[in-house]
Design a protein around this ligand. Structure first.
Ligand SMILES: Cc1cc2nc3c(=O)[nH]c(=O)nc-3n(C[C@H](O)[C@H](O)[C@H](O)COP(=O)(O)OP(=O)(O)OC[C@H]3O[C@@H](n4cnc5c(N)ncnc54)[C@H](O)[C@@H]3O)c2cc1C
Length: 327
């Protein structure tokens, strides 16, 4: 955890940056916007600017501005795999919507094709694709992310996004116009360039009986409800499964279920989930993650790796006694 300094809490934007964003986005930009409401953990301090982009030309303009001004930016999906620091995120946080939310499903004799924008929810994609009989779509059901975030993470269960993706379109600061890229998929990660913003993708499935596909998907959703604390704020599995092991089994074996740090709690239902019981801070969650990791290492000699992405400024409670913003 980094020691917070006054400079890491200070906005990086100047009046010209704010004027540019207001002119481009009108009321779709907010400054010093708390990010907690935009994450599934309901945790996270303010973004210097929170820009809601609805069109490719807006994204191109913001990325180009960031390069020219050397401003950092971060693209947020549903925030369901993120721990945002209590000190927030410096620079511009981008959230896609509008044109980026489209979902088209085409069923033919060859199979089912889904063409979707990056901010389309996996819930919408899986429901529409299941109705068209997309075989295997159940493995992506219940993932509370967007297409863009799920592609970046290669999210999935027994099958993953990469098994179905046929084309990926991105925009980036060095090439702001939308273009296709080749992506390689690994367990919960991809080789997608760090500065590439996914704007859309095409997925392909074999076509089967729609009723059977829907029933299989429904059964998986029911199983999720029974085994995961989906009604509480969390970010799903915190740690990646080590080769040939289950992180949840190791965490349960060290007796960590129910451990608490402030309002952060290792889920009594699923040991790899950490719930926010109300007022947990990012600092609480990070401290609990470190405690769990240490216990597993001491008992099994296995260093668990994080699946959740940590972003932004992590405020050290002992350093400033709170999460106050330095003006
Ligand atoms: C209850 C629960 C259950 C879950 N179950 C699963 C599961 O079964 N399998 C699984 O794999 N995951 C699971 N997750 C984790 C999470 O839902 C997935 O990782 C999801 O794919 C993240 O998508 P997101 O839109 O929320 O991305 P975010 O959390 O917003 O972002 C994740 C990363 O993707 C990047 N990103 C977001 N959008 C884009 C974009 N357009 N272009 C480029 N990069 C982008 C972000 O910068 C960040 O680095 C679960 C989470 C919860 C809360």
């Amino acid at each position: 955890m980094s020691l917070t300094t006054a400079s890491s809490m200070k906005t990086l934007l100047d009046d010209d940056d704010r004027a540019m964003l207001r002119e481009l986005l009108s009321d779709r930009v907010a400054f010093d916007e708390p990010l907690a409401p935009y994450t599934s953990w309901k945790i996270g301090g303010p973004a210097d600017a929170f820009a809601q982009l609805e069109r490719e030309n807006e994204l191109a303009a913001v990325l180009t501005h960031c390069v020219r001004r050397r401003l950092p930016w971060f693209v947020l999906g549903s925030g369901s795999n993120l721990l945002v620091g209590d000190g927030g995120i410096r620079g511009i946080v981008l959230r896609l919507g509008g044109d980026f939310a489209r979902v088209e499903v085409r069923a033919s004799e060859e199979g089912v094709r889904v063409v979707a924008g990056a901010s389309a929810s996996m819930a919408a994609i899986t429901a529409r694709a299941a109705s068209a009989g997309a075989v295997g779509i159940g493995s992506l059901a219940g993932i509370p992310g967007t297409l863009g975030g799920s592609l970046r993470m290669n999210a999935g269960t027994d099958r993953e996004m990469g098994d179905f993706i046929r084309d990926v379109r991105v925009q980036s600061p060095s090439r702001p116009a939308p273009h296709s890229v080749d992506v390689r998929y690994f367990y919960r990660r991809t080789n997608l360039a760090r500065d590439a913003v996914v704007v859309g993708a095409e997925l392909a499935f074999a076509r089967g009986d729609a009723q059977a596909v829907r029933e299989e998907m429904q059964a998986r959703l029911v199983r999720r409800k029974q085994t995961q604390p989906i009604a509480l704020p969390n970010a799903g599995s915190c740690f990646r499964n080590p080769e040939g092991e289950k992180a949840a089994r190791l965490i349960e074996a060290v007796g960590a279920k129910g451990w608490r740090e402030g309002d952060a709690e290792v889920s009594p239902l699923h040991a790899n989930f950490i719930n926010n019981l109300g007022a947990a801070s990012a600092c609480d969650v990070a401290t609990l993650l470190a405690r769990v990791r240490r216990a597993v290492y001491e008992r099994f000699g296995i260093g668990l790796e994080l699946e959740v992405h940590l972003v932004g400024v992590f405020v050290d409670r002992e350093w400033d006694g709170g999460h106050g913003r330095v003006a």
